[in-house]
Design a protein around this ligand. Structure first.
Ligand code: ADP
Ligand code: MG
Length: 248
């Protein structure tokens, strides 16, 4: 393999992030290889969302470097929109446009950012809605869908942009329990299809089954990382053990 083929999709080095006086990330190093699925776990307030948001510059690093798809995004001259157009992000809230149909939600960015013609954008939107099991709901408005369906639309909308990296921030945390499974199934299929993914989640069964690597973060540092069988199945650090006792 060439160096190009094995270059990391995400390469974070010495990342610090402060809000005012409060240092939230205290030196994080994290590399994600192509096709790798990394689940980030840890207590509330430990810095998981901040870390994820630094990967597409929704938060700006206070120190350190963040390279995404070969571009150093902390560089002030970077074309961040170009990087973001290749990175899909799915949040806890679904953030769909309420006044647009499902199909329109999945075509807006394709047309505006990628400049795809309407027919092509609609075809690609439909393909991705089918992929998440909602091929027949293109004419619906978000409020007509369940939370789980809305979250699957949000995933389809991100996938329609042909992302090379997908970021998920607790995508099932706002869902009623019976709706979680369908969303996780879509994410699992995506992972099995080779998508590079960084997933902040409290779903330990998902992390154990789907992640290539689990990263446990606490107090703004990575305390432990490794294969799910090790980090979740046989944690070495007392803080990881304590966290898992509480959530499992
Ligand atoms: P997690 O996702 O692990 O729950 P976050 O990354 O959201 O944690 O937050 C880590 C800490 O940073 C928390 O104490 C939170 O209050 C603080 N924080 C996050 N975003 C901001 C912000 N925009 N301004 C000030 N403090 C923030
Ligand atoms: Mg969070």
């Amino acid at each position: 393999m060439t160096a190009q083929a094995t270059a990391p999709v995400v390469d974070i080095r010495g990342l610090h992030k402060s809000f005012g006086q409060r240092e939230v990330l205290k030196g994080v190093d994290l590399t994600i290889a192509p096709g790798e699925v990394v689940c980030v776990i840890g207590p509330s307030g430990s810095g998981k969302s901040t870390l994820l948001r630094c990967v597409n510059q929704l938060e700006t690093a206070s120190a350190g470097s963040v390279e995404v798809l070969g571009t150093e995004i902390t560089d002030p001259d970077v074309d961040i929109d170009a990087v973001r157009s290749r990175v899909g992000m799915v949040f806890q809230g679904f953030n769909l446009f309420a006044h647009l149909t499902v199909l329109e939600n999945c075509t807006v960015a394709q047309r505006k950012v990628l400049r795809r013609p309407k027919e092509e954008a609609e075809r690609i939107a439909l393909e991705n809605l089918e992929r998440v099991g909602l091929g027949d709901r293109g004419d619906a408005h978000p409020h007509q869908l369940s939370g789980g369906q809305q979250q699957r639309v949000a995933i389809a909308r991100a996938l329609a942009m042909d992302p090379q990296l997908m970021l998920f921030d607790e995508p099932t945390s706002a869902l009623d329990p019976e709706l979680v499974g369908d969303v996780l199934a879509v994410m699992r299929a995506l992972a099995e299809g080779g998508m590079t993914m960084m997933v902040v989640t409290h779903e330990m069964a998902f992390a154990r089954d789907v992640a290539d690597r689990v990263v446990f973060i606490d107090g703004g540092v990575i305390v432990e990382e490794g294969a799910p069988a090790d980090v979740i199945g046989n944690p070495q650090h007392p803080r990881t053990q304590l966290f898992l006792q509480r959530v499992l």
